[in-house]
Structure formats: structure tokens, C-alpha cells
Design a binder for this molecule. Structure first.
Ligand code: SF4
Ligand code: URA
Length: 196
């Protein structure tokens, strides 16, 4: 018999915590593999850990995380029934954008997490995650302002995954009008999950 999800994910998390595949490995306090349910129907994928995530080894625990918690609560979801991770698992210095090389080195961990969890829906948060995930499944990336809230149906070996990108919750901290747009996308997500 093969290993269960729990065992596979624990092993993967251990590999991420010890990884030195890119220069960010030397700079981190803690790698941030991801958190939540390994049986989640929906996965949220951010960009990379920030200061507090690096300090605690957990995703979205700073100010953007508070926004994400509120958005989840508004559609009746808690953190322990979803899975939350990032494209890049270690913090880029000064919270700069991750480089193409860093994304390329780290994204296989995200690919593996998707294969193990087998979510029905993936919500990329922000343009880096949107670009990586749409292109991974053969779609064309577009400006996030144009495609947030749209659904892309990807075929996988274990069935269909719906990808619905939205803005990064940190964007709402600086642009309140974006919060309304993300809220609306989350309401769409709720409907989507009710069908799944
Ligand atoms: Fe490894 Fe990813 Fe961390 Fe780079 S960012 S060291 S690839 S876990
Ligand atoms: N921003 C992200 O993209 N990910 C986190 O985990 C925290 C902030």
C-alpha cells in the first residue's frame, strides 16, 4: 500500500524546511511550506512569505493574513478546512518580488502539494501566483485586473481543477476599492465550492 496524504505531506514539508535549492534558503529564518487541511477542496496560493511568515514558519500570519481571514470568514470558511501556501516557500529579502529563477526552483514543491491534496479549486492570490498556475495548466496569463474572478477549468490525471485567480489580499491594504473586488470574487468562490 502507498503512503497516505498525511505522510506524503509531512515528508514534503520536511524537505522544504531543509531545502537549499535557491539562494533564499541561506537568508530565511523559517521556510513556510503551507498550512491547513490535506483534504481541502480549495487551495489558496500567495506569492512568498513576508516578515512574520518567515518568523513563524506559517503562511499569511501578518497584515495580509488578517485580510485573508476576514475574507474566508465572510464566506463561512475557516483556515483548518482550506489549504494555504505560496509559490515560493522562503522569504525574499525586504519582501521584494521573487525572481523567475526562485520561482522555477521552488514551484515543484507547489506542484507536488497540488498532486497530493488534489483540490477541486485553486485560488491564486496576486499576479505571480496567477501567472505560474495558469501557465502550468496551459492557460495564458493576463493582467490580474482583467481576469480576477474568472474561472479556468484544468484537466488533470485526478479530475478537473477550477482555477479562479483574485487579487493579493495585501493589495487591499493600500487600495480599498480592491477589497470590494476580492470580496465579490470570494462570493463566486463560495458558489463554486457549493457545486463541488
Ligand atoms: Fe528551496 Fe524554495 Fe526555499 Fe529556494 S525558496 S531554498 S527553492 S524552499
Ligand atoms: N504574502 C504572501 O504572498 N504570502 C504570505 O504568506 C504572506 C504574505
Amino acid at each position: 500500500m502507498g503512503m497516505g496524504k498525511e505522510e506524503l505531506m509531512k515528508k514534503l514539508e520536511e524537505r522544504i524546511r531543509n531545502c537549499q535549492k535557491c539562494p533564499l534558503g541561506q537568508l530565511r529564518t523559517n521556510a513556510v511550506p503551507g498550512a491547513g487541511s490535506y483534504d481541502a477542496k480549495v487551495m489558496f496560493v500567495g506569492e512568498a512569505p513576508g516578515y512574520w511568515e518567515d518568523q513563524r514558519g506559517l503562511p499569511f500570519v501578518g497584515r495580509a493574513g488578517k485580510v485573508l481571514d476576514e475574507l474566508l470568514a465572510e464566506i463561512g470558511l475557516s483556515r483548518d478546512e482550506v489549504y494555504i501556501t505560496n509559490v515560493v516557500k522562503c522569504r525574499p529579502p525586504g519582501n521584494r518580488d521573487p525572481t523567475e529563477e526562485e520561482i522555477k526552483a521552488c514551484a515543484p514543491y507547489l506542484d507536488r502539494q497540488i498532486d497530493i491534496i488534489r483540490p477541486k479549486v485553486i485560488v491564486p492570490l496576486g499576479r505571480h501566483s496567477m501567472r505560474y498556475l495558469l501557465e502550468k495548466f496551459g492557460f495564458k496569463a493576463e493582467p490580474i485586473s482583467k481576469i480576477h474572478g474568472k474561472t479556468f477549468r484544468a484537466r488533470t490525471l485526478f479530475g478537473e481543477i477550477v482555477i479562479m485567480p483574485t487579487y493579493h489580499p495585501a493589495a487591499a491594504l493600500y487600495k480599498p476599492q480592491l477589497l470590494e473586488a476580492i470580496r465579490e470574487d470570494f462570493r463566486k468562490l463560495k458558489t463554486l465550492l457549493e457545486e463541488k
